[in-house]
Design a protein around this ligand. Structure first.
Ligand code: F6P
Length: 328
């Protein structure tokens, strides 16, 4: 390893995700392993500007691997979007003697880090932490696996009542502009239909599919709707439309909302976070910067952070076909 650091900082930013604490723990412990000081920055870029810092030891991160959320908190920061805000942040970093930053978050977090690197030539490494799985350069983002299991568990519960009352449920899930949560959890939960922004199913095809389900003897149905779906109606309007056009259906809506962001991280996310934290710190020690850590074909890889931010996380076409076949 070519570079020597005395002090590295870690922070979380953007929407929280299960596994962020496991990643914080891994960054802190990898720093301790390499006898480097590690500073926790609280409240993301807002806390960076305020100098809201705390030196973290290997013991500071005991018993957090199994906790959802982030002990470093997260906050959106309008001030950091200004040059003055970033200058104030840089002054705080220099005052604290911080020499590099590990940023755990999504594309918005990385965009801020890119600016910081560009304006101050300051070393940064990103760890993709968001339940949306919408970041280029990694097969999985931290929190995605846990969110999938949360959604599947919720839909299994909804299926019990749907089948008891012979009802159709529209279940809205998160994912921002991506349909990964909807598609994977929909297949996993056996949804009859899955509406995602990457595919415009269209209202007529939805009605046809629901009619077919009814004819085939299905007395209840689950339709998973990604919040970014472009069918043009929100789930409540979809309910009204289907009730109007398919009188035989009694329709209900369930919006899963922020429970998809909480909960104890799955084993997969805890292991992924531990691997990403080590890779992030040791990449800095190897002199790398302006990159994002990712897992690709089960190997830890680095992607230039600009590519990660500008890239697109493609929907799995083979899984789309599986989903269509499973609706038979
Ligand atoms: O990016 C993670 C995410 O949970 C998205 O899936 C969702 O659209 C958004 O954050 C919600 O943001 P907020 O927590 O600010 O309401």
């Amino acid at each position: 390893m070519s570079k020597i650091f005395k002090k590295i900082a870690v922070m979380t930013s953007g929407g929280d995700a299960p596994g962020m604490n496991a990643a914080i723990r891994s960054v802190v412990r990898t720093c301790a392993f390499h006898k480097i000081g590690c500073v926790g920055i609280y409240r993301g870029y807002e806390g960076l500007i305020d100098g809201d810092f705390k030196l973290l030891s290997a013991r500071s991160v005991n018993n957090i691997i199994n906790r959802g959320g982030t002990i470093l908190k997260s906050a959106r920061s309008d001030a950091f979007r200004t040059e003055k805000g970033r200058q104030d942040a840089y002054a705080q970093i220099k005052k604290e003697g911080i020499e590099a930053l590990v940023l755990i978050g999504g594309d918005g977090t990385f965009t801020g880090g890119m600016l910081f690197n560009k304006e101050f030539n300051f070393p940064i490494i990103g760890i993709p932490g968001t339940i949306d799985n919408d970041i280029f350069g990694t097969n999985f983002t931290l929190g995605y696996d846990t969110a999938l299991n949360t959604v599947v568990e919720c839909i299994d519960k909804i299926r019990d009542t749907a089948s008891s009352h012979k009802r159709l449920f529209f279940v809205e899930v998160m994912g921002r502009d991506a349909g990964h949560i909807a598609l994977n959890a929909g297949v996993g939960a056996g949804a009859e239909e899955i509406l995602i922004p990457e595919e415009n199913l269209g209202l007529d095809r939805l009605l046809e599919s629901l009619k077919r389900s009814k004819k085939s003897g299905k007395s209840s149905s689950i339709v998973v709707v990604a919040e970014g779906d472009k069918i043009g109606k929100n789930v409540f309007e979809l309910r009204d439309y289907v009730e109007e056009h398919l009188r035989e259906y009694e329709v209900r809506v369930s919006v899963l909302g922020h429970m998809q962001r909480g909960g104890a991280p799955s084993c997969f996310d805890r292991v992924l976070a531990s691997r990403m934290g080590v890779k992030a710190v040791e990449s800095l020690l190897d002199g790398k910067t302006n990159c994002m850590v990712g897992i690709i074909n089960n190997r830890m890889e680095l992607t230039p952070i600009e590519k990660a931010v500008k890239g697109h996380s493609e929907i799995n076409k083979e899984l789309l076909r599986v989903s269509d076949i499973m609706s038979t």
